[in-house]
Design a protein. Structure first.
Length: 66
């Protein structure tokens, strides 16, 4: 909800991103006992959100990478 409200402002752009669930992090391994998916899956969407024109008019929106 914060991202949506804050995204109504002109600047800065505010975008909520779920990089992906169950990635191969220490928290997932210890908490759920599974290896998880490659961390690069989560990195890819965050890099795109920062650098790609795809997110140019995305302020106030949510992106789910699952």
């Amino acid at each position: 909800m914060w991202s949506r409200k804050m995204g109504m402002a002109e600047r800065p752009a505010v975008v909520a991103v779920n990089p992906a669930s169950m990635l191969a992090s220490k928290m997932v391994k210890e908490g759920f006992g599974v290896v998880g998916n490659e961390l690069s899956i989560g990195v890819d969407i965050l890099v795109r959100a920062c650098l790609d024109g795809e997110f140019g008019a995305a302020s106030g929106k949510h992106f789910d990478n699952d």
